[in-house]
Design a protein around this ligand. Structure first.
Ligand SMILES: O=C(O)CCC(=O)C(=O)O
Length: 214
């Protein structure tokens, strides 16, 4: 039986030295998650953008879309994203995530992995405009995928999470300073997945966006 507080009481995983991950297994129940997935899959402005890697321009291995409050422009991997206005479904999910985490959120980077061939390479969400200790609240809808952390320095232990539909994973504190994360390819996964990473941009975009390895 599910714990009665499982929507509001996350599992807390410290990521040393001063970071932590909180994981809500079922922020949305399966039916609500499936409904949100269907609305976002057809309703968002998905594009496959080119990114610069090793001096070359290549198509991202997934589709993305970016929404937020006016002025919450975001730069990463050589891309400069201006937010589109919040569609109703996304605004409702933002409010739900903000209520669960207690965080201030003013933008969301949306990723659509069409199947297990789509992925996101090792990176940290450490762009200047996210502030010194970025809080990233990541809501998963659709196919279950594995999400992996590895320490930036040394060959310390990796940590991984199976992100199920309706789950929320929050990274905060110094996670982005000391850890990289990725969503690896998973060739056995034939179904699509949508991931919404809600963030807070608290200053105009700087010039030192980070890069991604895939
Ligand atoms: O799809 C995911 O769970 C990973 C997303 C991510 O790492 C990001 O947007 O920075």
């Amino acid at each position: 039986m599910k714990h009665p507080d499982s929507k509001t009481a996350p599992r807390i995983v410290p990521l040393s030295p001063n970071g932590q991950v909180r994981y809500w297994a079922d922020l949305l129940d399966k039916e609500a998650a499936a409904k949100a997935f269907a609305a976002l899959q057809t309703g968002l402005d998905w594009r496959q953008l080119p990114v610069r890697m090793f001096g070359r321009s290549i198509p991202q291995p997934r589709l993305t879309a970016y929404y937020g409050d006016p002025g919450s422009d975001y730069r990463y991997s050589g891309l400069s994203l201006a937010p589109q206005a919040w569609p109703r479904t996304l605004a409702a999910l933002r409010d739900l995530v903000a209520a669960a985490t207690g965080a201030r959120l003013n933008c969301v980077l949306c990723n659509l992995y069409r199947d297990g061939r789509d992925y996101m390479g090792w990176h940290a969400d450490n762009e200047a405009e996210l502030g010194p200790e970025p809080l990233i609240a990541s809501l998963s809808l659709g196919a279950t995928r594995r999400f992996v952390f590895k320490p930036r320095a040394g060959d310390g232990e990796r940590r991984s999470f199976e992100l199920t539909s309706g789950s929320l994973l929050e990274m905060s504190g110094e996670v982005q300073r000391h850890w990289l994360h990725q969503l690896p390819r998973a060739l056995r996964v034939l179904q699509p997945r949508i991931n919404l990473t809600f963030r807070y941009i608290d200053s105009p975009p700087g010039s030192n966006g980070c890069s991604e390895s895939g």
